[in-house]
Ligand binder design. Structure first.
Ligand SMILES: [Zn+2]
Length: 595
């Protein structure tokens, strides 16, 4: 960018051959504003608008308006014949300060108010069951709960729903803690339901004494049949004294798994099946990861959650709609125990297209070798989305923008999350050259030069120096589209005319160093380049639900030397290719995030 000199007293003269005024390159100046105008308006510059920009910036040109206008018409025509991508690229090269689009401040979408919420008194909770890896659904639920706790100056619990020893694993507790931390969620208190077994027993006894909890010796099939036919278990009316005896025997290990359970005296003919005498305690003969074999009579999810929500003082239960039918049951349990009920608020269960969330389905895909593991970038676990370069800020913004609070189940397209993620990556990611399908280009008249190129067109992320002499590599796809005699530009380096195309090398000559419009701009690497491999993951499932066997594309190419300095898990933008995240500490392996 040339520095404009003070034009005081300068006589503007526009010799068509020269077109310089007082040291200012008018053509370049006009080109800059034409590109900017096109950039702001979907690729089409307008003569009038560009004219007024140029005149506004350079009043000294007013006396030469007619001549300037000719240049404007010429440049606007050139610019409008370029692709949007070429326009943006050229603008970034000649006037990076103009590439920041005029930001339209979106009205920040707020989630709706919580019913019956009092400032400073709202308590919400993150209630993960540590029986699988944390996924985006948990993230969304967690962010909504945190959002409301903070909005009302309240408190947030992290509470592990871990009363099924057969399902919980130590590794999953940590998966959730790490996942929530990564999202920037801070909780005020933490506990495990399994720490409160004595409390659960205490409340169970209250129900037994009231005749509201009864021992049942039915098999699972018998219970199922009773619920279907709305009939009662023969032991429903067991008198409390006998029920308490059996309870004590069950607590002290006097029954084997499956022999006895304790059921709530609910409503066998309720339209809500959850109320048809559900099991609240059952024997699980399996060591608990935190409690070992201290207990074998375990509360079910509904009983533990009902008690704990009251014990933790939870005022609002924000949970996805698939659990709605259980609210009534949990309220009934608390009502029997004289505990306070929270307010229930639903939000939609959300899923992403082509991405299974069922643990069973994912486990099967892993066992069959279709996916690499729980962090396979095609899955929606937190480990997977981190691997594919999704920023936690993007998930947060996605939640408040799209998730909202509503009933319907929603299936989102990944592109929505990508479009938010792009905003965060765009400002912070270094731009580097990666050349897929590299083709050797020999430039006889290029002397050894060092090109200094910025890592980012608008942000101050530093520069790198690229040493070049005579040979560069350019993308095969671009070079194959060009014929001898045609001109293209190696970004930051030079304009090149193709002389001839041989089998494994293309010959060209440098015809200028300054950027000019209407010329295809490509990325390149010098002879001293490094091998880079990019994995591009597609959708895991097809629209019919079957596994997409062509889900991973491996793209080999060459990168400029600076690629070696990209940190593990750092996201960079390979120019004209897309955002990629380094996936290995040792090898130059990247995962394609999105464009
Ligand atoms: Zn029974």
């Amino acid at each position: 960018m040339k520095v404009l000199v003070d034009v005081g007293g300068c006589v503007a003269s526009l010799n068509p051959a020269q077109r310089h005024v007082c040291g200012m390159d008018v053509e370049r100046e006009v080109l800059k504003w034409a590109l900017k105008n096109a950039f702001d308006h979907g690729g089409l510059a307008d003569v009038k608008a560009v004219m007024s920009k140029v005149m506004g910036a350079h009043p000294e040109l007013r006396s030469k308006a007619a001549e300037v206008k000719k240049i404007v018409v010429e440049k606007v025509e050139q610019v409008n014949s370029m692709s949007v991508e070429e326009q943006a690229s050229l603008l970034a090269e000649i006037a990076p300060e103009l590439t920041r689009k005029h930001e339209v401040r979106e009205a920040r979408r707020e989630l709706p108010e919580l019913p019956q919420a009092e400032e400073g008194r709202v308590v919400t909770r993150l209630p993960p069951e540590p029986s699988g890896y944390m996924h985006l659904g948990h993230a969304l639920a967690g962010l909504i709960n945190e959002y409301y706790a903070r909005r009302y100056g309240g408190k947030l619990w992290l509470r592990f729903e871990d009363t099924n020893p057969r399902k919980v694993r130590p590794i999953y507790y940590e998966s959730f803690r790490q996942g929530y931390r990564w999202l920037g969620i801070e909780w005020d208190f933490e506990k495990n339901n399994s720490d409160d077994m004595e409390l659960f027993y205490h409340h169970a006894k209250t129900l037994l004494e009231k005749g509201l909890l009864y021992p049942c010796f039915c098999t699972a099939e018998e219970m199922h049949r009773q619920r279907q036919t709305m009939t009662a278990c023969r032991d429903r009316e067991t008198e409390p004294g006998r029920a308490l005896e059996l309870w004590d025997k069950a607590v002290s290990g006097g029954f084997r798994e499956g022999e006895i359970s304790f059921r709530l005296k609910g409503y066998v003919d309720s339209p809500n099946t959850a109320l048809r005498d559900p099991v609240l305690f059952r024997i699980v003969d399996y060591p608990h990861p935190l409690k070992g074999r201290d207990y074998s009579l375990w509360p079910t999810y509904d009983f533990a959650a009902a008690v704990e929500d009251a014990v933790c003082g939870v005022t609002h239960v924000l949970r996805s709609s698939e659990f709605a039918f259980r609210d009534e049951l949990q309220n009934l349990i608390r009502q029997h125990l004289g505990l306070k009920n929270p307010v229930y608020v639903e939000f939609a269960r959300f899923e992403f297209k082509g991405t299974p969330t069922s643990k069973r389905v994912i486990r099967e895909l892993i066992e069959k070798g279709f996916v690499g593991g729980w962090d396979d970038p095609r899955l929606s676990t937190i480990d997977a989305v981190r691997r594919r370069g999704i920023r936690p800020e993007a998930i947060r913004e996605f939640t408040t923008t799209y998730a909202g609070v509503s009933y319907a189940k929603k299936e989102y397209d990944w592109s929505l999350l990508y479009s938010i993620n792009r905003k965060f990556l765009d400002a912070s990611s270094r731009r580097l050259f990666f050349v897929p399908e590299p083709v050797k280009l020999h430039l006889e008249n290029l002397d050894a030069v060092v090109v200094e190129a910025p890592f980012h067109p608008t942000q101050n992320l530093g520069t790198r120096k690229i040493k070049v002499s005579k040979t560069v590599y350019v993308p095969g796809r671009d070079i194959k589209a060009l014929k001898p005699g045609e001109i293209f530009r190696c970004k930051y380096l030079a304009n090149i005319r193709i002389s001839s195309v041989e089998d494994d090398v293309v010959y060209g000559e440098v015809v200028g160093r300054e950027p000019s419009p209407g010329v295809r701009i490509v990325q390149w690497v010098p002879e001293e380049a490094v091998r880079v491999r990019v994995f591009r993951y597609g959708s895991l499932l097809r629209s019919d639900g079957s596994f997409n066997v062509e889900g991973v594309e491996v793209i080999d190419g060459l990168g400029e030397k600076s690629v070696k300095e990209v940190g593990y898990r750092e996201v960079v933008q390979f120019e004209r290719f897309g955002f990629c995240i380094r996936d290995s500490g040792e090898n130059l392996e990247f995962i394609y995030c999105h464009d």
